[in-house]
Ligand binder design. Structure first.
Ligand SMILES: [Zn+2]
Length: 170
């Protein structure tokens, strides 16, 4: 694949991530989705697969396309959009939503099940304390912290120190 084709594939990986928001499965299934998105422009599936397996591709996706792609301990692939909503009301809602289980990531809501201890990390508050019942994939931490920063700025501009409506049970 030449550089132009690689850029096309990256753009379609981003489009697929925005469509599904949080996807998990075999790499071959992801390649099928990308081929479907690219239609006749798609390079051979084996080339897409080889390209997506590369560590450097995953880094470019995270840094320039707001997309996290990684392989977990069960050898399944995760494709998660890291795009933060630009509406402060949506940001507030997302920060207040809490997954039903502690084995779910607070950003992508995927359930790590029994592997939660290995795959998720606890959220930490600004003073470094662990936030109860809040866990994140390391890959999902950046958008979460961006949302927290957005809400904190919003709080400052309104002159209030109360940034989060924390439910009484936490
Ligand atoms: Zn996640």
């Amino acid at each position: 694949m030449d550089a132009t084709k690689e850029l096309q594939v990256l753009a379609h990986v981003q489009a697929v991530s925005l469509h599904f928001l949080a996807w998990r499965g075999e790499l071959s299934s992801l390649v099928t989705l990308i081929c479907f998105s690219m239609k006749p422009e798609a390079p051979p599936p084996s080339e897409i697969e080889r390209f997506l397996r590369r560590e450097s591709t995953m880094e470019i996706l995270a840094q320039r396309y707001e997309v996290a792609l990684w392989r977990d301990t069960r050898k399944q692939y995760h494709l998660v959009s890291l795009t933060v909503p630009n509406d402060i009301a949506k940001v507030r809602r997302r920060l207040n939503e809490k997954p039903a289980s502690c084995s779910q990531c607070s950003w992508c809501w995927q359930d790590a099940g029994k592997l939660a201890d290995i795959e998720l990390i606890p959220e930490r508050s600004l003073d470094g304390n662990i936030v109860p019942s809040r866990y994140l994939h390391p890959q999902c931490q950046r958008p979460w912290l961006q949302m927290r920063a957005m809400l904190a700025r919003e709080g400052e501009s309104k002159g209030t120190s109360k940034n989060l409506d924390v439910p009484a049970d936490r």
